[in-house]
Design a protein around this ligand. Structure first.
Ligand code: NDP
Length: 484
């Protein structure tokens, strides 16, 4: 059995209190996690503060970036360890984790280190009242100690998406992964140790929900900025904590993303695209679509085609070839998703397919399996349409006009992402301007160029990460004015 330790100031730290890490495939125990308390969080923040003025702070930008490239190389070298750890914690199929989670975990260090070498600052010359001149130029300094709080759905990818740029900008970090996915964060600490990152630059604390390490960390007065991905409700709690000391936050929060399918779409590509956006990673993708609006002339045909596609998904042991559908991440999340499956029935939904737990044979019978689910016929007021479920489920409804489709897509307090399927180029651009989201895909979904902005509008987030946007949060800009 594995024991997951905290990593503070370059030391591996155990504590008296432990909690379980379970595999959602069959509910077996993966390992025990040493829960960090207030004392450990204090020590981690103190170490991170001290490390800012140590060798890390004195390195050139190129030296720091070389270390981050070494981190990417080491993740690549230990690819199989990371893969096994991520699969044990989440149950996601090998094909998905080896194509998305682990490679992106490495690339987040390589790409964002590379970008940080090329990020410009502004400069202006101006005429002064005395007839002379002055120049202004901006310099960027690290923000300081950054608290990184990450979720369980793409554990390594979403954590490194923050740790990579934070370190590339010269900050130090204290990382708190989700309680249900502690493994790859712990492996990342091993990687940091192997490549020789100075002690205190990367610290890891494990915690268990509210009133634990996450809350202690975000309330800590010596943290200079908080970057968080998770539920909107947790974001609200963190924002309250950050108000004390007026600390900046960068938030990537929940969503209730719409998909729009127009009658002029490439039908087969739209079916394949919505199959991915609704069911990939068992629907546990913040960018996923849980409500899809289809233009009426193709509605029935689309429902039938998506049903066929959903029913072709194969659950099973994540290591088996051909398995492309995993369990939900935990028993707790399983109960939450099933409660929405019941709510849909109570609200009068037509269950096109699924709508219940998936009874798998043998050891898998104990796992957190639910069927990919399609509903029709719900009113827009149903909680199933309004609230984020974060499961493999989608409601399909017809629309008649482009204006109606836009209104339906925007009828939510969230604003993370939208995917639209049409071959009308002018319409595509009109939609791009009209839909209130941070990320809008036309004829695609989850296609990411790391140089572009990523984040949510409305209640789906604060700030943008990716490319040059990343540096708005991870650095402070200082203007220097020189009278010539
Ligand atoms: P949670 O908000 O439950 O947890 C996220 C992290 O916050 C965990 O590490 C959690 O710790 C920690 N946490 C919980 N309470 C507190 C607190 N009071 N103070 C500080 N930290 C705290 O999200 P989930 O892990 O359930 O992830 C799923 C959610 O993430 C979905 O809503 C999804 O939409 C969102 N998400 C958003 C993305 C985006 O880019 N917009 C991307 C991916 C996911 P612990 O696990 O110990 O409770």
């Amino acid at each position: 059995m594995k024991m997951f330790r905290n990593y503070i100031n370059g030391q591996w730290v155990t504590t008296a209190k432990q909690f379980e890490d379970r595999n959602p495939v069959d509910n077996t125990l993966v390992g025990m996690v040493y829960e960090a308390g207030k004392a450990e969080v204090d020590a981690a923040v103190k170490a991170a503060r001290a490390a800012l003025g140590g060798p890390w702070g004195k390195m050139t930008q190129q030296q720091r970036c070389n270390m981050l490239v070494a981190v990417a190389d080491e993740i690549h070298r230990r690819f199989d360890d990371f893969l096994a750890a991520e699969i044990a914690d989440t149950g996601k199929p090998k094909g998905l984790a080896s194509r998305v989670d682990i490679p992106r975990g490495g690339e987040n260090f390589r790409d964002l280190a590379d970008l940080s070498m090329r990020f410009p600052t502004e400069s202006y010359t101006f005429d002064t009242p005395d007839g002379g001149k002055a120049i202004n130029y901006g310099v960027r300094t690290p923000r300081g100690v950054i608290a990184v709080i990450s979720p369980w759905n793409l554990p390594l990818l979403l954590m490194t998406w923050k740790v990579g740029p934070a370190l590339a900008c010269g900050n130090t970090v204290v990382v708190k992964p989700s309680e249900v996915t502690p493994a790859t964060a712990t492996l990342l600490a091993e990687v940091m140790e192997t490549v020789g990152l100075p002690p205190g630059v990367f610290n890891l604390v494990h915690g268990f929900g509210p009133d634990s390490a996450g809350a202690y960390l975000t309330e800590h007065p010596d943290v200079d900025g908080i970057t968080f991905t998770g539920e909107t409700r947790t974001g609200e709690a963190i924002m309250k904590a950050a108000a004390k000391g007026v600390r900046p936050v960068s938030f990537e929060l929940g969503g209730k993303n719409a998909g729009l399918v127009f009658a002029d779409c490439d039908f087969d590509k739209a079916v394949a695209g919505i199959t991915r956006s609704a069911f990939e990673n068992t629907g546990q993708v913040c960018l996923g679509t849980e409500r899809v609006y289809v233009e009426r002339p193709i509605f029935d045909r689309f429902v039938a085609a998506l049903k066929k596609s959903a029913e072709s998904l194969r659950p099973g042991n994540p290591w088996d070839e051909g398995v492309n559908f995993g369990p939900l991440v935990s028993q707790e999340h399983y109960s939450k998703v099933l409660s929405y499956y019941e709510k849909a029935k109570a609200d009068g939904a037509t269950v096109v397919t699924g709508g219940e737990r998936w009874q798998l044979p043998g050891a898998l019978a104990e796992g957190a399996w639910v069927k990919p689910t399609i509903w029709t016929g719900l009113p827009e007021t149903s909680a199933v349409i309004r609230e984020e479920i974060f499961g493999p489920c989608v409601h399909l409804a017809p629309f008649d006009t482009e204006e109606e489709a836009i209104a339906l897509a925007n009828n939510t307090p969230y604003g993370l992402a939208c995917t639209a399927w049409t071959t009308d180029v002018s319409r595509a651009h009109r939609l791009g301007s009209a839909i209130e989201v941070g990320i809008f895909w036309i004829n695609s979904w989850f296609l990411r160029d790391l140089r572009t902005s990523f984040g949510g509008a409305k209640q789906s987030g604060i700030g943008r990460e990716g490319g040059s946007h990343t540096y708005e949060f991870y650095t402070e800009t200082r203007n220097i004015c020189v009278k010539l």
